[in-house]
Design a protein around this ligand. Structure first.
Ligand SMILES: [Zn+2]
Length: 179
């Protein structure tokens, strides 16, 4: 199924009928929420990721970054702190650039990378996430060139194989193997 983010174009009103989670602007249809795009009987709708009964506002979760775009990152939430089991429902959380760090973040790709493992707090509905706290952020990152696990060096991460240096919002738990 296709994953869409708020503001993504899903089609035109000539192609589809506006369904749930979709809004229209000048004959074009856009996703209003993050979720899976569903086209059924010409109706385009977006099923939001919000429905994880096991996760609530205030919870700390562990997830994998599956997409990084413009001002947002999508995080597949796999585990909840305090419960060692993996969640039965896989769901996607949304990390907006304004919730990444206390400090100003100009480009979200300087804070999280594709397939990074992150620790985040759930701050609102639709699995909105924040990594502002010191121990929140990236716990494990792979080099974008050679896919080796990167090692922390001060505020940066360095690849032990190719020497590449990358920037992240690094959790104080980075590389500890626990969270
Ligand atoms: Zn590398």
């Amino acid at each position: 199924m296709k994953i869409v983010m708020p503001g993504d174009r899903v089609g035109s009103t000539e192609e589809y009928i506006k369904g749930r989670g979709v809004y229209e602007e000048n004959g074009e249809l856009f996703a209003a929420v993050a979720g899976y795009l569903v086209i059924k009987d010409r109706v385009a709708s977006v099923e939001s990721f919000s429905n994880i009964p096991e996760v609530m506002k205030g919870d700390v979760v562990l997830g994998r970054v599956v997409d990084v775009r413009n001002t947002m990152a999508l995080v597949e939430v796999v585990s909840k702190k305090g419960e060692e089991r993996t969640l039965t429902t896989r769901s996607l959380g949304l990390l907006h650039i304004s919730n990444v760090d206390e400090k100003y973040v100009k480009d979200i790709s300087e804070a999280v990378g594709y397939l990074d493992i992150v620790k985040a707090r759930v701050i609102g509905d639709n699995l909105r996430l924040s990594t502002k706290e010191e121990d929140m952020g990236v716990l494990k990152a792979l080099c974008s060139t050679c896919r080796s696990e990167m090692i922390r060096e001060g505020d940066m991460l360095k690849c032990p194989d190719c020497g590449r240096v990358e920037k992240r919002k690094i959790s104080s738990d980075y590389g500890k193997g626990e969270w």
